[in-house]
Write a protein that binds this ligand. Structure first.
Ligand code: FEO
Length: 392
């Protein structure tokens, strides 16, 4: 198991998680990677670790280049266990190494592990760590997406080691975006943002601003997950996409998401969808019986309109819709227009639970719509007219 050279004396020493199906609730059909990088200079630095159960891959790749006793620094950009699960093992192999992280990173490492005897060097944004020919510059990115998150920039190589930022849950035979199917990698990057970083748009904008203030000239983004962005087109695509997603821009499209028990809510969903289609608006209709909530969130990222429907079960939201609404509330998409719809048997009102979440998210809403049992054609006509008012 060998390291992969990404520049002279710089190696990818990450691990591949081919069979990862889900990542704390987020569906990952293309697996993932936990990327680690080794820089050989007058001083030697290892950037980030890996998930504990794949530590052997990380260790083997480092050993294919250099003995652990030669490592001077282990840089911890982020303490979440997918990147730091094997840090104690790495420290055991390289007890002479200094752990370089920010103050929140040190606190998080101490909260996860027994760090007795570890040497720490605490950095903040703008601090420089000289390795000899290369001078690593740090940019802390708090809450993008943990308090400890940070990125490491190498100006001599124009490489940004971005950890979670700009990542994708994607595992392939290549470590390069330019050698992977571009549409799949881009969709995984979009899905990653929608399901992991969505609540932190303000922090993402701040990170982009800091990168611009520090005049970071970026030719390569070496992420913590998935493939590395290199090449003008590739790097511009991901930077521009983050600028768009972080500022909650939309493309004018619509998402109708629902579940159904006996088909009534599905009829309402189909009618609403037809209104968008007839208005020439790109729309997707997603049944939660068939689509995972993570896929629906990816649809929602660039949508302008989001309409959510549920059957009523025991005076509550249908369970899959309840799960989706909870997930949506946490990810907190901004700048949407929408309304809720529902079918009920004998007690109306459940629709207000969804509508309340939309209002909490400060969406621009029109009134909710609900109907008893199976909607007849006159009700569907009424629903069409109601849906059209979303364009007002
Ligand atoms: Fe990839 Fe926040 O860990």
């Amino acid at each position: 198991m060998e390291a992969v050279k990404i520049r002279e004396s710089i190696y990818w020493t990450g691990v591949k998680d081919w069979n990862l199906e889900e990542f704390h609730g987020y569906k990952t059909p293309n697996g993932s990677t936990y990327n680690s990088y080794l820089i050989l200079d007058e001083k030697i630095a290892l950037i980030d670790g890996a998930k504990h159960y794949l530590s052997h891959q990380n260790i083997a790749r480092v050993k294919s280049v250099i003995d652990f006793s030669k490592i001077d620094y282990i840089i911890v950009n982020h303490v979440e266990m997918d990147h730091s699960g094997n840090i104690p093992e790495l420290v055991k192999l390289a007890p002479q190494a200094t752990i370089v992280t920010n103050s929140a990173g040190k606190m998080a490492l101490e909260a996860h592990f027994d760090t007795e005897g570890w040497n720490f060097q605490i950095i903040k944004t703008g601090d420089v760590l000289s390795l000899g020919k290369r001078n690593l510059t740090f940019v802390t990115t708090p809450l993008l997406h943990w308090p400890d998150s940070m990125m490491t920039y190498c100006p001599e190589e124009k490489i940004l080691f971005s950890n979670d930022g700009f990542g994708q849950h994607y595992c392939a035979n290549t470590i390069w975006v330019k050698e992977a199917p571009f549409d799949i990698v881009c969709n995984e990057a979009k899905s990653y943002y929608a399901n992991i970083l969505y609540p932190y748009g303000m922090q993402a904008q701040k990170a982009l601003n800091t990168a611009s203030e520090l005049n970071l000239d970026i030719e390569m983004i070496a992420t913590g997950h998935g493939c590395i962005w290199e090449g003008k087109e590739e790097v511009s695509w991901i930077l521009n996409s983050y600028a768009k997603w972080a500022s909650a821009q939309n493309d004018g499209s619509a998402v109708v998401v629902y579940d159904t028990m006996w088909g009534a809510t599905a009829k309402l969903a189909e009618t609403i969808t037809s209104v968008f289609e007839d208005a020439g608006i790109r729309v997707v209709k997603r049944s939660l019986s068939n689509k995972h909530i993570a896929e629906v969130m990816t649809d929602i990222l660039e949508a302008k309109y989001v309409v959510i429907g549920t059957p009523t079960l025991n005076n509550e939201l249908f369970p899959r819709v309840a799960a989706f609404v909870t997930y949506l509330k946490g990810l907190a998409p901004k700048n949407k227009k929408g309304f809720a719809f529902a079918s009920y048997g004998w007690k109306p009102g459940v629709v207000n639970k969804i509508q309340a979440v939309m209002e909490e998210l400060k969406w621009d809403t029109i009134a909710p719509f609900e109907e008893k049992y199976t909607p007849k054609s006159d009700v569907l006509e009424k629903l069409k007219e109601h849906t059209k008012t979303i364009f007002d």
